[in-house]
Design a protein around this ligand. Structure first.
Ligand code: ADP
Ligand code: MG
Length: 313
């Protein structure tokens, strides 16, 4: 059966934590990820791709910081747009090449995507998401007065970092464009890095310095394109309860109610599995058929129903 599937790649699909971030490393990882996408396309599914951008936007921010005396630094929304472009380009080229090799040429297109957030979102009064370089306490103080940045100490890694709000996504501004492209048979890469956060003011969209969680944005994307399945690909084959303890139990198929009970018991860590499970739960609550959380290697089997953690009504 042919399905419309939104695939959300985690940071690891593009850059692994032990890697340096060279273009060769990123291309090789993206190629592996695109092989999994191509398999699903070949199986007859309609695919929409979204992805994280943590390491890439970190690199752009650092470049800005190092070059600031010569090149005016760009705000976070501009850096987000730049990384959507660079990652989107890698996916476009890699997936196009794989599909051509397999004799099933299809248009692959990446879209610079804005995601609407509420300017009254409580996240704006309590920034939580660390971005960019590490600074000394003196620098941190200076940036907070000069630029109005919120700074937070990361004791474990011995430095101060800027923290930005992580508001809840409402929906894609480019939703209709994505739907038209899908209608035309394209494979669309969209809402990268959770999308560029924008607020609406006096009928105008304005970029804001914030970061949207890519899994929660992926859920909005899946609703916006009326996907059958939201598939979140990360570096573990299944979600677990009592994760990383002797009592760990991996979860296969589970109902919405079961997922909410485990969520309430605090099994899914904030900042990693937490937002993925929240996205999976929201998608079912919003009328989606199926949410899958699994690894890249298990993607095909999970869509066929025989691997991963699968959430349904
Ligand atoms: P990505 O970069 O793909 O978005 P994250 O690193 O943010 O992925 O989240 C995936 C990680 O979540 C896993 O590698 C695992 O260490 C961690 N994790 C936290 N809680 C759980 C859980 N209950 N079950 C499985 N993995 C968990
Ligand atoms: Mg990660």
């Amino acid at each position: 059966m042919s399905e419309r599937i939104v695939i959300a790649f985690g940071g690891n699909a593009i850059l692994q934590s032990k890697q340096k971030g060279t273009v060769e490393e990123q291309r090789a990882n993206v190629h592996t990820a695109c092989l999994a996408v191509a398999d699903l396309v070949q199986a007859g599914h309609q695919v929409v791709v979204t992805h994280g951008n943590g390491p890439q936007v970190g690199a752009v921010l650092l470049q800005n910081d190092i070059a600031k005396e010569q090149v005016p630094p760009m705000p976070l929304d501009m850096c987000g747009a730049a990384t959507q472009g660079q990652i989107g380009y890698m996916v476009q080229q890699s997936l196009t090449n794989i599909l051509r090799e397999r004799g099933m040429a299809r248009p692959v297109v990446s879209l610079v995507t804005q995601v609407l957030v509420n300017s009254d979102d409580p996240a704006f009064t309590s920034p939580t998401k660390p971005v960019g370089a590490f600074y000394s306490q003196a620098e941190a103080l200076r940036f907070s007065t000069e630029k109005g940045w919120s700074m937070k100490e990361d004791k474990a890694r011995g430095g101060w970092r800027r923290v930005v709000p992580s508001p809840d996504p409402i929906g894609l501004i480019e939703k209709e464009a994505v739907l038209s492209l899908l209608q035309a048979g394209a494979i669309v890469v969209t809402s990268g890095g959770g999308g560029i956060p924008v607020v609406e003011k006096g009928g105008q969209y304005l970029g804001v310095e914030a970061v949207i969680d890519k899994d929660l944005a992926g859920e909005r994307l899946a609703c916006d394109v009326r996907a059958d399945t939201l598939m979140i690909l990360t570096d573990v084959p299944q979600v677990a309860i009592n994760f990383n303890t002797p009592e760990q139990v991996n979860l296969g198929t589970l109902t919405l109610d079961e997922a909410k009970i485990y969520q309430g018991q605090g099994h899914f860590a904030a900042g990693s599995m937490g937002p993925k499970m929240l996205a999976a739960i929201r998608f079912i609550e919003d009328g989606g058929r199926r949410s899958i959380i699994t690894s890249l290697a298990m993607a095909g089997q999970a869509v066929a129903g025989s691997a991963g953690t699968i959430l349904h009504k």
